[in-house]
Design a protein around this ligand. Structure first.
Ligand SMILES: [Zn+2]
Length: 398
């Protein structure tokens, strides 16, 4: 038997959709939840270590459904950062991931790195060498020679894509990340074209499905987004230019929309890093306008939602607060940041809710985020796999 803990919670938000429970107990054994319910009726095993969070709002750890470990957008030239050698990248990743975990992200889906950095860092975290969230890895992004997101690796034509995807899986990838359209942070790529042909996109999806995995597409809108959805990708990343028709098609196909607002909306994101480029700043302003105009409708459409910081480390609270500012209820924003992310990343059997059998990944928040979403900035304790993260009761406020 490992450590048994009984955690007394002021409020328990388990992310199942059930109403929050006042005065609850969560029992954790060997890193997993074995019971969760009203304090009055939940059996605490004899000898359990007590953890008093009776003045806290307890919820699942955040699942950041789209990030990169080595990038700091505010430092500018994200592709240049990806082109650096593995040592500066690994050092930046170490600092970034410490910050993510302290701010409540216990699981992160990594959406492309060079040098198979993400797999090696994932292994280092699992071995306890550095602190960080549990990582789900894309390894190299599948992008074209002239595509957005291209640092070193590029794959043109069906055969190169098949080889690239297969090599990624052989090196330890959990999913495929494919770049279907241009992006905000690069000059000379359009947000609504399609870099890849239908056959190329289909090849990437097929190779993923053949080994029981899935493909995610970076796509803002237009033809690239349509082709990606039609050819069977499971998640659309960013989707800033999505139309009502796109959303309807995504709903019909059960495709997730992974929102990533902070990188172009927060002042320390692309604006700080690459705002000197008029072409990039124009795309940033356009993206902000499109989100303000269209996302209140998209978020209300019932589409399946997850949230990602896209390298804005420690800012999951800002992502979820932005969902609320765009009209989503605080309850649904908390779900998007926890269970939604777990389902989008296909780890909902292990993560995303505070229910028996799941891994004990939980946060203690000061305040009530259901009333004031900005309380998510006050993460006072982070538990991952039943272990309390040492940096946890940080007081960062950005
Ligand atoms: Zn990204």
């Amino acid at each position: 038997m490992g450590i048994v803990r009984a955690i007394r919670c002021g409020t328990l938000f388990d992310a199942t959709g059930a109403p929050p429970l006042r005065d609850a107990t969560v029992v954790v054994e060997d890193g997993r939840i074995t019971a969760a319910g009203p304090a009055a009726t939940t059996m605490v095993p004899p000898g359990a270590e007590r953890l008093d969070l009776s003045d806290r709002f307890v919820m699942p750890g955040f699942v950041d459904a789209h990030s990169h470990i080595s990038i700091v957008p505010g430092a500018g030239d994200q592709i240049g950062q990806l082109r650096q050698g593995p040592v500066p990248q690994a050092l930046r990743a170490t600092a970034n991931l410490r910050r993510d975990l302290a701010a409540g992200t216990t699981t992160m889906r990594v959406m492309a790195e060079e040098n198979f950095l993400d797999v090696q860092v994932r292994d280092a975290i699992d071995a306890g060498v550095i602190p960080g969230p549990r990582l789900l890895c894309a390894t190299r992004g599948i992008t074209a020679s002239n595509g957005h997101g291209r640092a070193h690796a590029a794959f043109d034509g069906v055969d190169e894509i098949r080889r690239g995807v297969r090599e990624n899986f052989q090196r330890g990838a959990d999913h495929v990340k494919l770049f279907a359209t241009g992006g905000v942070s690069s000059e000379g790529t359009a947000l609504n074209n399609s870099v890849y042909s239908r056959d190329e996109i289909r090849a990437a999806v097929e190779e993923a499905h053949r080994v029981g995995k899935y493909a995610a597409a970076h796509a803002h809108g237009g033809l690239g987004l349509r082709l990606a959805v039609e050819e069977g990708v499971s998640t659309i990343e960013h989707g800033v230019l999505t139309t009502d028709d796109d959303i309807a098609l995504m709903k019909e196909r059960g495709v997730w929309l992974v929102c990533t607002f902070s990188i172009f909306m927060h002042p320390t994101g692309i604006e700080q890093g690459d705002g000197k480029s008029p072409a990039i700043m124009e795309k940033v302003r356009w993206a902000r306008r499109m989100v303000a105009d269209n996302f209140p409708r998209h978020l209300a459409s019932g589409i399946r939602l997850a949230a990602g910081t896209d390298s804005m480390h420690g800012l999951m609270h800002f992502e979820l607060a932005t969902l609320v500012r765009l009209g989503l209820s605080a309850h649904d924003a908390l779900i998007a940041g926890t269970r939604g992310g777990a389902e989008a990343c296909r780890v909902e059997g292990e993560l995303g809710t505070l229910t028996p059998g799941k891994r004990a990944d939980l946060l203690a928040i000061e305040g009530d985020p259901l009333r004031d979403i900005d309380s998510l900035q006050r993460v006072r304790l982070v538990m991952k796999d039943g272990k309390i993260h040492a940096d946890a009761n940080s007081t960062h406020t950005d």
